[in-house]
Ligand binder design. Structure first.
Ligand code: SF4
Length: 355
């Protein structure tokens, strides 16, 4: 059973930086105000009451938790301790910067039973990091992940492909780097230009253009396939649909869609079917099979894949489910042939550079 995540957002709190792409107030949909210990306890109890019996974790997202004043960190983490002691929640997770995770910090977090640390890596390429105003290097990020993994933490890496100076190859290199460093999972947030950020200035001046929806879906699909092949779960693709995120208003440009994850997963199956179909001798009476859990992804968001196959001259009208297939597999049957392939054996990655 997936744990219940009880989230507390601490937008910009603790963060002395102003990364070019960041507006944490907007992304979290909340104003910068730290929850009090009383609010943490009350909110956690509310969430727990709605999902009795489900394992739960308290999460502190946004900002850079370990750059908060130590006393504030103690207050926030301390508020969760009674819940841990009585077994109401099983762990704490938080997000922070790679350069705010030295050995002393990790010791401190371990003492408060923090289990999961999400590291804001964004990119491992120093040029991308420098042009985005991150203030740390790729090596610092790699070492932070390695250190936290070695200390027994579960570590997630947050990646932001498509920043100024980034390329598909650099994004892929970043993904491989965090997996090699030991990251247990990743989140992929393709770059979007948020109003009021430094990135918005560059965009308006014509000095930066992020991947659009189509390009971002292709980019993320390549990363998702690589992560899947590398055995590293991708737990999130794209920013959460939120009232504060409005295309054309708060989102000026970039790859954003309320169902971006589904678009990306569907893209992998779209490519796989094209490849498999190219090996058919005869396309008459073609039927596509997939695992039942993958049906909506195979058909594509709003049947987008079915339409595109059809428009591209692939007469594929029927998708059936076969529980004996693995979730990554598909099979195409015609009168004369049966062909099977899997997402994890297929790559269709293209180089592209973002200004
Ligand atoms: S370090 Fe994190 S919270 Fe701070 S400005 Fe950069 S992205 Fe935003």
């Amino acid at each position: 059973m997936r744990p219940l995540i009880i989230p507390f957002f601490i937008p910009h709190a603790g963060c002395p930086h102003t990364c070019l792409f960041c507006d944490q107030h907007l992304i979290s949909g909340e104003q910068a105000q730290l929850p009090t210990p009383e609010q943490i306890a009350a909110t956690a109890q509310e969430w727990l009451a709605r999902s009795p019996g489900r394992p739960a974790e308290v999460a502190f997202y946004g900002g850079s938790f370990t750059l908060l004043p130590r006393q504030t960190q103690e207050q926030l983490l301390g508020a969760v301790q009674p819940l841990l002691t009585e077994g109401a929640v099983q762990g704490i997770r938080l997000s922070t910067r790679p350069d705010a995770l030295d050995a002393g910090v990790l010791d401190f977090l371990a003492g408060y039973q923090v289990q999961t640390i999400e590291v804001g890596v964004q990119s491992l390429d120093d040029e991308v990091l420098q042009r985005s105003g991150r203030g740390h290097t790729g090596r610092q990020a790699t070492e932070a992940i390695q250190r936290a993994v070695a200390e027994g933490f579960r570590v997630g890496a947050q990646l932001l492909p498509g920043l100024p100076g980034d390329t598909a190859d650099k994004a892929l290199h970043t993904l491989r780097g965090v997996i090699a460093a030991g990251a247990h999972f990743v989140r992929i947030y393709p770059a979007v230009v948020l109003a009021g950020t430094g990135l918005a200035d560059l965009y308006r001046q014509g000095r930066y253009c992020p991947p659009d929806l189509e390009g971002g879906v292709r980019l993320c699909a390549g990363l998702l396939r690589e992560a899947t092949t590398g055995g590293c779960p991708v737990v999130r693709i794209g920013l959460q649909a939120d009232d504060g995120l409005v295309p054309g208003q708060t989102i000026l440009a970039g790859c954003w869609h309320p169902a971006l994850g589904q678009l990306v997963k569907g893209e992998l199956f779209y490519d796989l079917v094209l490849r498999l179909a190219s090996r058919l001798d005869d396309r008459a009476k073609m039927v596509l099979y997939c695992h039942p859990h993958r049906l909506s992804e195979v058909r594509g968001h709003g049947n987008r894949n079915l339409r595109r196959w059809h428009d591209g001259g692939l007469p594929l009208f029927e998708v059936r489910t076969d529980p004996l297939l693995e979730q990554q597999q598909i099979r195409i049957e015609t009168i004369k042939q049966k062909l099977k392939d899997s997402l994890v054996t297929y790559s269709n990655y293209k180089e592209h550079t973002y200004a």
